[in-house]
Structures are given as C-alpha cells and as structure tokens.
Design a protein around this ligand. Structure first.
Ligand SMILES: CC(C)(COP(=O)(O)OP(=O)(O)OC[C@H]1O[C@@H](n2cnc3c(N)ncnc32)[C@H](O)[C@@H]1OP(=O)(O)O)[C@@H](O)C(=O)NCCC(=O)NCCS
Length: 165
C-alpha cells in the first residue's frame, strides 16, 4: 500500500535507510550514514504535500520504504521522475514492482503526466529488472554520466508512457 509520509516514522525511516547497500544506488542527496535527524528533515519537507508526490510503502501494515514521482519542469512538465528504495530485509518479495505499478497508475490518472522516467546506475540490475517487469522501456545509456563511490558509471535510462500514447 502507498500512503502519505508520517512525521512519527523518523526513527523507522533512519533504520531502513542507514545502509550502504541502499545509498550506493541513489544520488548523494540520500545521506550515508542516514541519521534520525536526516529522516526528520526529509519527513518535515514531504509529509504535507498537495498533490502528494512522495509516498511511504507499507507491506503487511509495516512501513518498509519510500517511492516518489516528481513532476519535471518547463517543457518537460508532462513527464515525471520516479525514485524508490525499501529496507534490505524486504528485498526480492515483489514489493517495489507492486509499488511502481501503483504509483504509475496514480501519476497517469492524477498528476496529468504522460511519461514516467528515471536513470539506473549500471550495476543496479535488480532495479532495472523491476522497471522491465513494470513495462518500462530501456531508452538509452548515458555513458559515464554518474560519479559514485569514487568511480564513473553508465546510467541506464528507462521510461514508460501513459497507456494509449
Ligand atoms: C532495487 C530495489 C528497489 C528492488 O526492490 P524489490 O522490492 O526487491 O524488487 P522486486 O522484488 O519487486 O523485484 C526484484 C527483481 O530483481 C531481481 N534481482 C534481484 N537481485 C538481482 C540481481 N543482483 N541481478 C539481477 N536481478 C536481480 C529479482 O529476482 C526480481 O526479479 P524476478 O521477479 O524476475 O525474480 C530494492 O532492492 C532497493 O530498494 N534497493 C536499494 C535502493 C535502490 O536500488 N533503489 C533504486 C534506485 S534506481
């Protein structure tokens, strides 16, 4: 289930997020180590949005991670960028595949967008598999565009269009 973020989840969020195996797949704006204060700052910024673009993911009524769909700007405003993570104990249970499908339906029906896109670091094959299972198309490679962990990496670009486009 996707739901609005809750301020009282700061401790839980820091426990889920404070993991190098998570942060290595995300932009440097996602801190490592990830403290409770980092979680409080994030939740204060994104827990009262209208429309909601950052969601908590609940699995069997337990908070396991976040997913976001952020509209792009200017001439790209009919597109949105998707992002997500869940805590390591919950990997490989189909959770993010379900979450990506849910937020994609929400975006196409409530945010007025026609395209959802993102870039995945070349070594993150699990995330690439998630998007392929959700009907995203690999559109290209941004060669050596990512600098992470002291090295340059390719970014694999994926997108999905609103059904019928
Ligand atoms: C990547 C991530 C989002 C996947 O979420 P998840 O809920 O575990 O994904 P799902 O269970 O829905 O699907 C994972 C798929 O990847 C596959 N997979 C897992 N590890 C893999 C690997 N090392 N190589 C290739 N495929 C892999 C699984 O087998 C599964 O595919 P299948 O259903 O065909 O068997 C999760 O591991 C995560 O949050 N990682 C840290 C943060 C991150 O990478 N965020 C995305 C940044 S772009």
């Amino acid at each position: 289930m996707l739901r609005s973020l809750r301020l009282e989840h700061a401790k839980r969020l820091s426990e889920l997020a404070n993991n190098e195996k998570v942060s290595r797949n995300l932009r440097d704006g996602f801190p490592n180590p990830y403290t409770e204060a980092d979680a409080e700052n994030f939740l204060q910024k994104f827990s009262n949005q209208d429309p909601v673009t950052f969601f908590g993911i609940d699995y069997n009524v337990v908070y396991v991670g976040n997913i976001s769909l952020v509209p792009c700007q200017d001439i790209y405003r009919m597109s949105a960028e998707i992002g997500y993570f869940i805590g390591e104990p919950y990997w490989n249970k189909g959770i993010v595949t379900t979450a990506v499908n849910l937020i994609s339906e929400y975006g196409f029906s409530h945010l007025g967008i026609v395209r959802i896109q993102t870039g995945i670091f070349e070594y993150n094959t699990a995330s690439q598999r998630v998007l392929e299972k959700c009907g995203f198309v690999k559109e290209g490679i941004f060669r050596k565009s990512v600098f992470k962990q002291g090295k340059l990496w390719d970014e694999v670009r994926y997108a999905k269009l609103k059904p019928g486009m």
